[in-house]
Design a protein around this ligand. Sequence first.
Ligand code: RP5
Length: 162
Amino acid sequence: MVKVGIVMGSTSDKMVMDETCKLLSEFGIEYEVRILSAHRTPDEAISYARGAYDRGLKVLIAGAGGAAHLAGVLAGVTTLPVIGVPMSTNLMGGLDSLLSIVQMPAGVPVATVAVGKAGAKNAAVLALTILGLSDESYHQKLVEYKESMRQAVLANNEDGAV
Ligand code: RP5
């Protein structure tokens, strides 16, 4: 059953948001992807977010860049947690995207992750964390993921590795 809805403002966001998809697949989390824009297809973006809870989705992830209003618009019409992924842009490396997503008014949070691919990966990890609160199998995946990161870092200190 699909648990996570990934929405991106443009196909130009796809290369970055593929990182979210890859990691969700690794975690065994079913997801769906939509290209919907807060500016170019506002009605469809809002309608998608409005129906997401009733369709059984648990988390929405929105990737957008520039005047990145997508995550905020989705958050305005859903009770699901919304994670925002800012795209890198030519303006100060994506600071425009980051501020557009993170600076939400009180009462309408968007869980904003880092700009670019690191953020796209963290959106998947955060989705796993949220799902893990009510499903032990996802929690176990998170425990294993963290342990594998720990092992990978420590391996750098083995004889001859550095
Ligand atoms: C945003 O505008 C999209 O999320 C994308 O990051 C940015 C540029 O979109 P394109 O002009 O490349 O379609 O809405």
